[in-house]
Write a protein that binds this ligand. Structure first.
Ligand SMILES: [Zn+2]
Ligand SMILES: [Zn+2]
Ligand SMILES: [Zn+2]
Length: 253
């Protein structure tokens, strides 16, 4: 997840300043073209990292597809139409211009651009004692980390030299900044009033996210039901009062 120095080596002014470089990226899934602003320190300008659970689920699916295709690329944003990750191949040549002087910062995307794969997160509140935050995270073989196969959820031992899953044959590992890496899902927060932390493979992370947000939706609609029942009771009470009043007036005349 590389990032350039904060200051220009030519004029020593801030590389994060405007004007920015516009990079054109096509969504690999729906082909929509996006014009993305990137500052000369390699950061995407105006990226909102807080996603809805639905949108993060789409992001996880994009990460799985990229893993299976063996090149996860550098993610520079999410498609506005289909929410798929917008990706530039890691080796693609990219050039950014210093906003203050003539200096050009050029090189392969993975060295020049800040990778957004692990930035988006979604927070899900399912009941008053459960709140979890979901996020994509990298497992590095050199750190003895492993998340498991993104396709069949089989174990993928970090010391296994193969890039393929030995159960289903899908690509399980990719190269990121010269490291053997794979994506997993980091889940953190509180579950039923207790601290919760877990790192799981993409498939499990996705179904956990879906399960939690379904629970969130049902908790929310449960609250709605209580409200409607409340309004209903109030209505019934008013109606009864009216009938009683009418009956009283009728009898008293
Ligand atoms: Zn798209
Ligand atoms: Zn400069
Ligand atoms: Zn597998």
């Amino acid at each position: 997840m590389s990032l350039n120095a904060a200051r220009c080596t030519g004029c020593s002014q801030l590389l994060a300043d405007a004007p920015y470089t516009t990079v054109r990226v096509y969504c690999a899934f729906c082909r929509r073209e996006h014009a993305i602003s990137i500052s000369a320190d390699g950061q995407r300008v105006d990226f909102e990292a807080k996603f809805s659970p639905q949108r993060l689920g789409d992001w996880f699916r994009g990460a799985r597809a990229a893993t299976l295709a063996s090149d996860v690329g550098v993610a520079v944003g999410a498609c506005e139409k289909c929410a798929a990750p917008l990706v530039i191949p890691r080796a693609a040549e990219v050039a950014l211009a210093c906003p203050h002087c003539e200096l050009r910062i050029a090189g392969p995307a993975e060295k020049i651009l800040y990778d957004l794969w692990t930035e988006p997160y979604a927070s899900v509140e399912s009941g008053k004692d459960s709140q979890l935050e979901f996020k994509l995270a990298l497992a590095l073989a050199s750190h003895q980390q492993s998340a498991g196969c993104a396709h069949c959820t089989g174990a993928t031992p970090p010391h296994d030299e193969s890039v393929k899953c030995r159960f289903c044959g899908s690509t399980a590992w990719f190269q990121a900044n010269g490291e053997r890496a794979q994506f997993g899902v980091q889940i953190e927060g509180t579950a039923y009033g207790r601290p919760y932390e877990n790192f799981v493979n993409l498939t499990e992370g996705e179904s956990h996210l879906r399960g939690s947000s379904r629970l969130e939706a049902s908790v929310a609609s449960g609250n709605q039901t209580v409200k409607y029942v409340g309004i209903g009771c109030l209505g019934l009470f008013a109606f009864t009062l009216l009938i009683t009043l009418v009956t009283y007036l009728f009898i008293s005349h």
